[in-house]
Write a protein that binds this ligand. Structure first.
Ligand SMILES: NC(=O)N[C@@H](CC(=O)O)C(=O)O
Ligand SMILES: [Zn+2]
Ligand SMILES: [Zn+2]
Length: 345
């Protein structure tokens, strides 16, 4: 196959930030994607329906009408169940995001005592509002490479047993353990997989010198886990769908003695995904992963317009950096030339 036409894809996990960064990077997503689940981990975080509505307006101003931001609320121990339900009923929010306190970038206001958010989770189950999870424990005695697997046993499975009607998305899964857990559960559990976790393993970060632009959370694991992710993404199982977790940080924040976590993949994600699916002999599964499975989980229509990718002899050019008013942001380098170009979007 040398060309493929898909319903316009959506990104079910995206960081757009705010201010000059938002202005600089929003077009990178709006060019190819119709909708995205917008992460609420601003500083300070988006915790109320009113804040989500205002943030949505700021995004639409920059990204234009053809891109629909699907907003989320950042779950804290003080979140008011009534505000969540009202924001969802009024069409302001699509989901709620759980960050274990301290797990990742801008997560200080996240949850420590999961019993305290039980009333919110119960109200969400009742109203059919999905919970998106950053699935890592933060206990100091748990090795960073084990934090996702331990989260499933200690946090996620107990939450889902306590509130069985809750619809949950395990975000940016990185392990064979997460793949197996999702496969073992009913349809009310889904998982997003990022572009970069389909491409890199932990050697890419650490061998031959530390590569700050490959550092993200959850951190990439060993190769067997990456292969499990590729298998899940290309399997056709509708519980797995694209959430790029494209997470821009300026180069000075990444190339730093204490570098920020996050890979910026919005610009070249579709070319990379086509490469990965082509290499796996599964180009026919890209449509499900990028365009159909996410809407099915979120109970939204598949986009009516289309996007076309074509295989090219010459490598597809893309900028090494996006210059934003906040500073330059390095675009994820998959480490191989890309030969799938988006030719109609
Ligand atoms: N993925 C990351 O490494 N970073 C994200 C936060 C997140 O999604 O955990 C960010 O906001 O920069
Ligand atoms: Zn996260
Ligand atoms: Zn993220």
């Amino acid at each position: 196959m040398t060309q493929i036409t898909l319903p316009r894809p959506d990104d079910w996990h995206l960081h757009l930030r705010d201010g000059a960064m938002l202005e600089g990077i929003a077009p990178e997503s709006a060019r190819h994607f119709a909708r995205a689940i917008i992460m609420p981990n601003l500083v300070p975080p988006i915790v109320t329906g009113a804040q989500a509505a205002a943030y949505r307006e700021r995004i639409i101003t920059v990204a234009g009408d053809s891109f629909t931001p699907l907003m989320t609320l950042y779950l804290t121990e003080d979140t008011d169940p009534a505000d969540v339900v009202a924001a969802h009923r009024d069409g302001i929010i699509t989901a709620v995001k759980l960050y274990p306190a301290g797990a990742t970038t801008n997560s200080a206001s996240g949850v420590t005592n999961f019993d305290k958010v039980r009333p919110v989770l119960d109200a969400m189950a009742e109203a059919g509002i999905p919970l998106c999870c950053h699935g890592e424990v933060t206990d100091h005695d748990i090795d960073i490479f084990d934090r996702e697997a331990v989260f499933i046993d200690r946090v996620l499975d107990p939450i889902r047993r306590a509130t069985p009607g809750l619809r949950v998305v395990m975000e940016h899964i990185t392990t064979a353990d997460a793949v197996a857990y999702v496969q073992s559960q009913p349809e009310n559990l889904g998982a997003t997989i990022t572009t970069h976790h389909l491409v890199i393993n932990r050697n890419h970060i650490l061998v031959g010198g530390i590569k700050p632009h490959y550092y993200c959370l959850p951190v990439a694991k060993r190769e067997s886990h990456r292969l499990a992710l590729v298998q899940a993404a290309t399997s056709g199982d509708a519980r797995f769908f694209l959430g790029t977790d494209s997470a821009p940080h300026t180069d000075d924040a990444k190339e730093n003695a204490c570098g920020c976590a996050g890979c910026f993949t919005a610009t070249n994600t579709l070319s990379i995904l086509a490469h990965v699916f082509d290499a796996a002999g599964a180009l026919d599964k890209l449509e499900g992963f990028a365009s159909r499975n996410g809407p099915a989980f979120y109970r939204l229509p598949v986009n009516a317009d289309t996007i076309k990718l074509e295989k090219t002899d010459a490598p597809v050019p893309y900028p090494a950096k996006i210059d934003t008013g906040a500073g330059p942001v390095t675009v994820f380098d998959p480490g191989f030339p890309l030969h799938w170009a988006v030719t109609q979007a």
